[in-house]
Each structure stands twice: as structure tokens, then as C-alpha cells.
Design a protein around this ligand. Structure first.
Ligand SMILES: CCCCCCCCCCCCCCCC(=O)SCCNC(=O)CCNC(=O)[C@H](O)C(C)(C)COP(=O)(O)OP(=O)(O)OC[C@H]1O[C@@H](n2cnc3c(N)ncnc32)[C@H](O)[C@@H]1OP(=O)(O)O
Length: 783
């Protein structure tokens, strides 16, 4: 962007404080940025905005029209049809209930009483539709946004040292919205805190981008705040769309679908949290497809020409709204309430949370995305091509979107799944690493027993080197300073700081289940980045331990390692999104294996002929460089390591001089592996015995807590209800468990094969044990 263009936008880089932790080049602190006012070059001295920049900024933000969506939706023919359908469904149910046999509604054989009854049901459904719409509607208002924006300029600096945004990312968004004014922007943030949506709207508004309508769970419809959120853009949705399991709430689905469709047609920008809620573990959650399906449907049905999906990555040095320790320990979530919200705001205003970082990633058009999936589908013949015209008619309810027709289109469902996974993957990859993430990660993977601050700083240096060019770091400067700064932010409750007799600072994670769960929340931001390397490293040591050799000759074949790692990745399918749908997992494993080799964590055979060995190293370096330079392109390239002939792959060896580093990589997944192992070991309690899912989860969490207390499990953060749930999903997928749902009560039973033989449970334990770093073997030489 040229200087003039920059000025025309009203943006001037404010002088940044010279703080080692300030944000990187090209970024701005949104709390100090007032594009429409403040002291700028060429600004008239008589402009009052120079002296009252925040007030002037809020009064001068671009005014957009925010037409009400509820009016248009009320008239919608689809909703009228759904009202009738819902009424007919009730009549049908009543008929079954009373065991009467009469003809369909509208049939001439109906007597007057029945038709009056039907009319009553119909008007009830009409009233219900109206209530749903009134409860759902947003009343987005420009003046309320202006006022809130000014308040935020005043309040945010009380507890945040900065809100860092990337100037060019915002410029890209602005250009995108100006270039195609009728194309809605769909903001898709990963959800970490209640501050997320406030900041997204705040940043967009103050940069003259239309504020979005935001899908809010109806648990936030609390006195005062509910109305306020509605006026600021919230439209309220049920978190669970069908209250009765197995019975679709067709009226609700139709209204939600049409509300969103009308909003898009009216060119509203839309925002929703694709994970369906805040992450409790710090790792991204598996995405939900309901709202995305409506948006993609709107494009496929030509209701809108296109939409731009904007993955948004948000991260905090310290999480503003507390922690999720209670929930991870299996205790119930405290419901949202007016007083809880007030107490939260009070506490927040009196604490320090450091920096917040928000990245608006490259928008992608749904049109292009669908085309790119089609390209993959044609390239790889076993994938189907996603085309709306190719839908197959079946007799079931819709599965192409929330509501509608009796059309089932599995290709469409897969398409939505793929897009949503891609969004989550991209958001997670683009999330900047905060200082606290880096420190927590080092403490839990390398310094569980504590270490000198200077040693941790050295490890931070090397972590920063490894992440260079791969992950954006939201901090800069001297590592020792960063270690002390982030230990301060995390607080004494998580990191214990002591001075030794020589005056050196010693840091150690606080040894309690609660502290470990909270610390792992911060550390888990980096876990997905190292997950594949960790799988490879654990698998490598597991395979080595099977045919123990002398430390100098310990080796396995590359192909065996990749095959076994692929099987281990399958165990983690509900815990991590390990690859984009367009990427081939084995290729990513190969690339990660090469990275382990380049970092000397796994060795190649020593080849005496220099040129060949150099050629091999060059090849590895080239493949990694290509991957880094153009990650997007690499996903379509079938990378074949070590030459075209797979059979000629060299063996890979244990690198006996980097065992400590290898152990640290294994530690990345060790806590979650222990959780999964405990779930598998607990399956025996279900032998010839069904159990409520909640009871079973409690049982597993208790057993992990006992193991932690007795020292049998060294990872206190293995106490994680979310991971237990993910493991249950996996076991259901493997048919080890059957989960039946009786009026919302989920009952667990062993699958037929496992119900009859205890041996088969042992097989499952054995399969899951493969992702646990081996108890004996070479890793222990590093202790
Ligand atoms: C300057 C000033 C600033 C101030 C500024 C303030 C800003 C003021 C804003 C406040 C804003 C607050 C924001 C709070 C933040 C939250 O409250 S986050 C929680 C609420 N948001 C979300 O959950 C969004 C994402 N969730 C979804 O999309 C979920 O799918 C839904 C719609 C909630 C439904 O969830 P569910 O009941 O669990 O059902 P789910 O299994 O997902 O599927 C439902 C249906 O969707 C469809 N579907 C699902 N997956 C697919 C698929 N892959 N393909 C096709 N169809 C699919 C199907 O029809 C499916 O039904 P079935 O055919 O399976 O029976």
C-alpha cells in the first residue's frame, strides 16, 4: 500500500512503546488507533477530533444501513409451509397416541371437530413461529454500536495492554467488501473468550467495515445483557436444535435457515463460532455444520452469488473469562446469569490480562472453495464431485441443510464437513503464539520438575527458532525477559518462582490438578502444531521397543513407521484435526518425519559416499522449503520421499545424542494418551453392564485423578472431560461402544463383539496403548 493510500484510509502508524513484548512490524494496537481522528500529519489544528480522538472516532465511523431481517422472514413462504408441516406432524403424533385411524388432514372425511382441532394447532404453530422469530431477531443499531465503541476505547485499556491487529489484513477485508458490496463476509473465529465477538465488531466498526450479525447461544439471553447484545448484532439460536432426540424441530429449523438466508440476501455480514462454543482445553474443537450448511446452501441454490469466508484467529496472553478447570474435572458448568456477568466484568476490570491478538486471515470465496474441492474430486477419482444439481431424491428429511426439502445429499454434507474442518485447521494454524503459550508449553514438555529461568530462556530461544517462518509469534525481544514477563502474567497459582542461594530464579509448574489443567490450556495452543511429530516420535520409540537392539543399531524402516503412525493418527481423529481435507495425511507425516530428521531427532544411515548423503539432505531440505514456501500448493503435490521407489527407502535410526529432545516431543501428546488409555482400561466396568454416559465419565475422571495422586500418571492435566468425551466418540466409531439416547439420557453399552469377550477389550487397550510413550526403552535413558 502506498503512503497516500495509507493516509487516505486515515491510518498512521502510532509511535510504539519500546517494550520487548510489543507487537511485530505491520501491526497496530487497536486501543490506540483512531483512523478518523487524533493527531495526524496534515490534520487541521481546528479539528476538534485532534483533542478528543476517541469521541470523534466513534462519531465519525461509517454509517451503514442495518435492515431488520425478522420482517422479511415473517413473510417467507418456506416458513409458512413449515408451520403447516409442523401442525400436521402434531396431528399425526396425536393420532398415533390415541390409536385412532382417520384420514389425512384436509380429507373430506374429516369431521368439523377434527378440522377445528387442526385449526387450533395451526394457530398455535403460527404463534410459536412468531415467538421463535422475535426471540431470534437481532436489532443491530448503528448508534448503540457507536456508544459501545467509545466505552470500549475507555474500558479496554484498564485490563488489556493492547489489542494487536494486522494493518494489511484489515486492508484486505476492506478492499474485499468494497470491491464486491453485495457479497457478504462470513467471519468465523475460533472461540476462546466472550471478548472475541466484542473485539471483532469493535475492530470492524472502527475500520469502516459493516458490523456482522452474530449467532449467539440462547443461554446468553440474560436480563439487560441479552437486549444489549441483540442491539449490537446478536441473533439468538438454540444451542441444541432438536430438544427431543430423534425428532426434528422442523419449524425451528425452517426459521433459523430462512432468517440467515434473508440476512445474507440483505447483504448483512454474518459471524458465528464454528466450534459451537469456547474451547475448554485450548485446542480447537471439532466444528459444527448447521449454520455453515445454510450459508453454503444459499450459494448452491443461487440465493446469493457468493460469500467470503474469513477465518479469524484470536488469542490472549491471559484468558479474560477465567478458566475451565471445573468443567475439565467433570463438574457442571455454572449457567450464565446477570450477576455472574456483572461479577465477571468487575473482576476483569481489576486484573491485568496482557495482550490480545486478533488475525483476520485471507478470505476465501465459497465459490472458489467448492471449485477447488471439485478439482480434488476429479483428480482423486474416489472422491465425489460436489454439485447441487446431482442431488439424489430420497424419502427422508433434509440432510443438505437445516431444513427444507426431502432431499438427501451426502456429497453436500461431506462438502460442509470439509469446509468447516478446513476453516478450523486454518484458524488454528494462523493463531499467533503468545508469550504465555510458549512458556506453558516449555514447562509441560521439558521442565515439569522446574528449572532455572536462564535454562528456560535458552529452550525458548530454540523453540522460537523451530517456529520461525511457521507460526506467527506475538512477542519479540530477549527470551529471559519474556520468560519472567509471562510467568508474572500466568501468576503464582500456575508457576512457582523461587530464588536459589546464588540469587538465580527458578521456575516450576505448580503441582496440582487444577494448576496443571489451567497451564495445559495455554500450552495446548502449540499442541496441534507438534501433534504429528509427536505421533511419529511415540510410534518410533514404540516400534523400537518391540525389537530392542543396542542403542547404536536401533532402527526401523521408514515405511513401517509411517504405516504405524497413520494407524495411531486414527486414534486421535476426534482430538485433533491433523490435516486439511485436501491434504493427504501420509504426505504430511513424511514431511514431519523429514523435519525430525533435519532436527537430528531421528537419524538416517551414515552413507560413506558424501555426494549421495548430501543429495539426500538436499532433497529433504528442498521438500521442507517447498512446503513452507507454499503450503497451499503442497497439499496437491504427491510428495514421495527418498526417490520414487518406496522399496529403496533407507532405514531410520535412533539418534542417541538427542534423547532429551525426543522425550520432549513425546511429552506433547503424553497427557492425552494417558486419558485415552484410562478410558480404554475403564471399559471393563461396562462388561455385561450398561451405564449412563455421565456416570462413566465421572468414573474415568476419578480413576485418572487417583492415578495422578498416587503418582501412577505423571500428567495431572490428563484429567480432562473433553478428551474423555472425544475418546468415547472414537470408541463409538469403532463399534466398541453403543450409545443409545433415551430422552436426553445417553446410555453406554459395549458393542456386541466386546460384550461377549473380555479379550477383545484387551485388544482395544493394546491399540490405544500404542499412542502412549513406552514405559521402558530408550526414552528413559534421557531421564
Ligand atoms: C463496537 C461494539 C462491539 C460490541 C459487540 C458485541 C457483539 C454482539 C454479539 C454477541 C454474540 C454472542 C456470541 C456468543 C457465542 C456463542 O454463543 S457460540 C454458540 C452458538 N453458536 C454456534 O453454535 C454456532 C455453530 N453451531 C452450529 O452451526 C450448530 O450446528 C447449531 C446450528 C447450533 C445446531 O447444533 P446441534 O443441535 O448440535 O446440531 P448439529 O449436529 O450441528 O446439526 C444440526 C443440523 O444441521 C445440519 N448440518 C449439520 N452438519 C451438517 C453438514 N456437515 N452438512 C449439512 N448439514 C449439516 C443438519 O441439518 C443437522 O441436522 P441432521 O440432519 O443431522 O438431523
Amino acid at each position: 500500500m502506498s503512503d497516500d493510500e495509507f493516509r487516505a484510509r486515515g491510518w498512521f502508524e502510532e509511535t510504539k512503546q519500546t517494550n520487548a513484548l510489543t507487537h511485530a512490524q505491520g501491526t497496530n494496537n487497536m486501543l490506540q488507533l483512531t483512523p478518523h481522528a487524533g493527531k495526524k500529519p496534515y490534520q487541521s489544528m481546528f479539528d476538534w477530533g485532534v483533542y478528543f480522538p476517541f469521541l470523534a472516532q466513534c462519531l465519525r465511523i461509517k454509517r451503514f444501513e442495518y435492515p431488520q431481517v425478522s420482517g422479511a422472514a415473517q413473510e417467507d413462504l418456506m416458513i409458512q409451509r413449515a408451520i403447516k408441516q409442523a401442525a400436521e406432524q402434531i396431528v399425526r403424533e396425536q393420532r398415533i397416541e390415541s390409536h385412532k385411524t382417520y384420514n389425512l388432514i384436509g380429507d373430506t372425511s374429516n369431521d368439523t371437530e377434527e378440522s377445528k382441532k387442526y385449526q387450533d394447532i395451526l394457530s398455535n404453530q403460527e404463534r410459536r413461529a412468531n415467538n421463535i422469530l422475535m426471540n431470534m431477531r437481532s436489532t443491530l443499531n448503528h448508534y448503540l454500536i457507536m456508544l459501545t465503541s467509545w466505552l470500549l476505547y475507555k474500558l479496554l485499556p484498564c485490563f488489556l495492554s493492547g489489542v494487536v491487529t494486522h494493518t494489511r489484513q484489515i486492508e484486505t477485508l476492506k478492499k474485499a467488501s468494497e470491491r464486491a458490496p453485495g457479497i457478504p463476509l462470513i467471519f468465523l473465529p475460533l472461540h476462546r473468550s466472550h471478548l472475541d465477538y466484542i473485539m471483532v465488531t469493535f475492530i470492524l466498526t472502527n475500520n469502516d467495515i459493516r458490523s456482522p450479525l452474530v449467532a449467539a447461544g440462547d443461554n446468553l439471553q440474560i436480563p439487560v445483557f441479552g437486549g444489549l447484545l441483540r442491539g449490537l448484532g446478536a441473533f439468538f439460536i438454540k444451542r441444541k436444535i432438536d430438544p427431543v432426540v430423534g425428532k426434528k424441530d422442523i419449524l425451528y429449523r425452517a426459521i433459523l435457515q430462512q432468517y440467515i438466508q434473508h440476512a445474507l440476501k440483505m447483504s448483512h455480514n454474518v459471524e458465528f463460532f464454528i466450534e459451537g462454543g469456547r474451547t475448554r482445553t485450548g485446542k480447537p474443537c471439532m466444528p459444527k455444520g448447521g449454520i455453515l450448511s445454510v450459508i453454503v446452501n444459499a450459494f448452491m441454490d443461487h440465493s446469493i452469488p457468493d460469500a467470503l469466508l474469513v477465518p479469524v484467529s484470536v488469542n490472549y496472553e491471559r484468558l479474560v473469562d477465567g478458566n475451565f478447570v471445573r468443567e475439565q474435572k467433570g463438574e457442571k458448568k455454572v449457567p450464565e446469569s446477570f450477576w455472574k456477568a456483572m461479577a465477571g466484568i468487575w473482576k476483569t476490570l481489576h486484573s491485568k490480562y496482557g495482550l490480545m491478538r486478533i488475525d483476520f486471515n485471507e478470505p476465501y470465496s465459497i465459490k472458489e472453495l467448492v471449485q477447488s474441492y471439485n478439482k480434488v474430486a476429479t483428480d482423486v477419482s474416489q472422491f465425489k464431485v460436489y454439485k447441487p444439481s446431482e442431488r439424489k431424491l430420497q424419502h427422508n428429511q433434509s440432510t443438505s441443510s437445516l431444513y427444507g426439502t426431502d432431499v438427501v445429499c451426502e456429497e453436500h454434507r461431506t462438502l460442509i464437513d470439509s469446509i468447516s474442518r478446513e476453516v478450523v485447521y486454518d484458524c488454528a494454524t494462523a493463531t499467533s503464539v503468545m508469550s504465555t503459550n510458549a512458556l506453558a508449553f516449555l514447562m509441560l514438555t521439558q521442565f515439569r520438575k522446574g528449572a532455572l529461568a536462564t535454562d528456560i530462556a535458552l529452550a525458548l530461544d530454540s523453540l522460537r527458532n523451530r517456529l520461525k517462518g511457521r507460526k506467527d509469534m506475538a512477542f519479540a525481544g530477549d527470551s529471559l525477559h519474556i520468560v519472567n514477563y509471562s510467568a508474572d502474567l500466568l501468576g503464582e497459582g500456575l508457576i512457582m518462582r523461587t530464588q536459589d542461594e546464588r540469587g538465580q530464579t527458578h521456575l516450576q509448574p505448580v503441582q496440582s490438578i487444577e494448576a496443571s489443567i489451567e497451564l495445559s490450556y495455554y500450552s495446548n495452543m502449540l499442541t496441534p502444531h507438534f501433534a504429528l511429530q509427536s505421533v511419529l516420535m511415540i510410534t518410533f520409540h514404540e516400534l523400537l521397543s518391540l525389537n530392542e537392539k543396542s542403542i547404536k543399531t536401533a532402527r526401523i524402516s521408514r515405511k513401517n513407521l509411517i504405516d504405524a503412525a497413520l494407524a495411531n493418527c486414527d486414534v486421535l481423529r476426534y482430538e485433533f484435526i491433523l490435516h486439511k481435507p485436501t491434504q493427504i495425511l501420509s504426505n504430511l507425516l513424511e514431511i514431519n518425519l523429514d523435519e525430525l530428521i533435519v532436527n537430528d531427532l531421528i537419524k538416517l544411515p551414515e552413507i560413506r559416499e558424501e555426494p549421495d548423503s548430501n543429495a539426500e539432505s538436499r532433497k529433504i531440505a528442498r521438500s521442507i522449503a517447498a512446503y513452507l514456501e507454499d503450503e497451499d500448493d503442497s497439499e496437491y503435490v504427491d510428495y514421495v520421499p527418498n526417490g520414487d521407489n518406496q522399496d529403496e527407502q533407507p532405514d531410520i535410526f535412533l539418534a542417541n545424542d538427542t534423547l532429551t529432545e525426543q522425550k520432549a516431543i513425546c511429552e506433547v501428546l503424553a497427557p492425552v494418551s494417558h486419558t485415552y488409555l484410562s478410558v480404554a482400561q475403564s471399559l471393563s466396568i461396562l462388561y455385561k453392564n450398561s451405564m449412563l454416559e455421565t456416570e462413566f465419565i465421572k468414573f474415568v475422571i476419578n480413576s485418572i485423578s487417583n492415578k495422578v495422586n498416587s503418582g501412577a500418571c505423571p500428567y495431572a492435566e490428563s484429567v480432562s472431560t473433553d478428551s474423555v468425551r472425544n475418546c468415547l466418540k472414537l470408541l463409538e466409531k469403532w463399534s466398541v461402544l453403543e450409545i443409545s439416547n433415551d430422552h436426553g439420557l445417553r446410555l453406554l453399552t459395549l458393542g456386541t463383539l466386546y460384550e461377549t469377550s473380555k479379550e477383545s477389550i484387551k485388544t482395544i487397550i493394546g491399540r490405544i496403548a500404542k499412542i502412549v510413550p513406552p514405559k521402558t526403552g530408550y526414552l528413559h535413558l534421557s531421564a
